[in-house]
Design a protein around this ligand. Structure first.
Ligand code: HPA
Length: 275
C-alpha cells in the first residue's frame, strides 16, 4: 500500500473510532466568517485535528481546528471547523488531506464555502454565488501532483463536472424557494496571502472570473479526483481590488460575512435537508 493511502486509512480509522458506524451524508467546509454553523450541529462529536494521525496541525495559537461531526437538518455531517490554506505554508497535498479522509469515511457530498472578492461589477458585497467552474492559473501547484493513488482516482481526471450539476440545480431551487437571489459564476484561485492587485483583477475579469479567493480550488480538485460530488458557494465579502477607490482589508471580509450569516446558513441548511 502506498504511503498516502496508509495515512488516509489511519486518519479515517481514528475518526471512525470516535463516531462509530454513522453514515456520513455530507462534508462541510466553512469559510472565513461563516464558521458559526458548526455550533448548530446536534449531538456533536468533536475531533481535534491534533489527535488525528497525519492531519495537518496549525501551530498558530487559537487556530487549533477540529472536526464537528453530528446531525444538521436530519443529515449526518462532518464539518471542518478551520480549513487549511495554501498561503499558510501548507503543501497542496496537506491542504486537501481532510477531503481525501472524507472520501475514506464514505462521505458522498462535499459543500465548500468561502469568502471571496467580487470581480463581477454588476454584483455587490453580500451576494452569494454558486460556483459553476474555477480558474487556477496563478500557481502551477496541483494537489494531485506526484505519485497517483489509483485506489483514490485516475492519474488524469475530468474537471468538467468538478462542481456537480445536480448539486448546483439543487442549490438554485433551494435559493428560489427561500426568495434568495443567488448568483452563479466562476471562482478564480489566488494563492495569497496578499490580496490581488487591481491589474490582476482586471485580467481575471477578462479571463471570465466573477470572484477571487484563496481557498476551495485545491479541495475541489482533490474531490474531483476521488469522485466526491462538490458544491461550492462563495460569499462576496468585498468588491475585488481596484473596483472601488478604497484599500482592501480583512475587517471588511469578516464584517460582510457577519451580515449574511443568516441567509447563508439558511441556504446551506435548506440544501442539506434535500441532499
Ligand atoms: N481576494 C481574495 N480572497 C478574498 C477576497 C479578495 O478580495 N475577499 C475575501 N477573500
Amino acid at each position: 500500500m502506498q504511503d498516502l493511502m496508509r495515512k488516509l486509512k489511519e486518519a479515517g480509522a481514528y475518526i471512525r473510532k470516535q463516531i462509530g458506524d454513522m453514515q456520513l451524508d455530507a462534508g462541510l467546509v466553512l469559510g472565513s466568517g461563516l464558521g458559526d454553523m458548526a455550533q448548530e450541529i446536534k449531538n456533536p462529536v468533536f475531533v481535534d485535528y491534533k489527535d488525528i494521525p497525519h492531519f495537518p496541525v496549525s501551530t498558530v495559537p487559537g487556530h487549533a481546528g477540529r472536526l464537528v461531526i453530528g446531525e444538521l437538518e436530519g443529515k449526518n455531517v462532518l464539518c471542518m471547523q478551520g480549513r487549511f490554506h495554501f498561503y499558510e505554508g501548507w503543501g497542496m497535498d496537506q491542504v486537501v488531506f481532510p477531503v481525501q479522509v472524507m472520501k475514506i469515511l464514505g462521505v458522498k457530498n462535499l459543500i465548500l464555502t468561502n469568502a471571496a472578492g467580487c470581480i463581477n461589477k454588476s454584483w455587490k458585497p453580500g451576494d452569494l454565488m454558486i460556483i459553476n467552474d474555477h480558474i487556477k492559473l496563478t500557481t502551477s501547484e496541483n494537489p494531485m501532483r506526484g505519485h497517483n493513488e489509483e485506489e483514490l482516482g485516475l492519474r488524469f481526471f475530468d474537471m468538467s463536472r468538478a462542481y456537480d450539476p445536480d448539486l448546483i440545480a439543487l442549490a438554485k431551487s433551494v435559493a428560489k424557494e427561500q426568495g434568495l437571489e443567488i448568483k452563479e459564476g466562476v471562482y478564480m484561485f489566488f494563492a495569497g496571502p496578499s490580496f490581488e492587485t487591481p491589474a490582476e483583477i482586471r485580467a481575471a475579469r477578462i479571463l471570465g472570473a466573477d470572484a477571487a479567493g484563496m481557498s476551495t480550488v485545491p479541495e475541489a480538485i482533490a474531490a474531483a479526483h476521488c469522485g466526491l460530488k462538490t458544491l461550492g458557494i462563495s460569499c462576496m465579502t468585498n468588491m475585488a481590488a481596484g473596483i472601488l477607490d478604497q484599500p482592501l482589508g480583512h475587517d471588511e471580509v469578516l464584517e460582510t460575512g457577519l451580515k449574511v450569516k443568516k441567509s447563508f446558513s439558511a441556504l446551506i441548511k435548506g440544501i442539506l435537508r434535500k441532499i
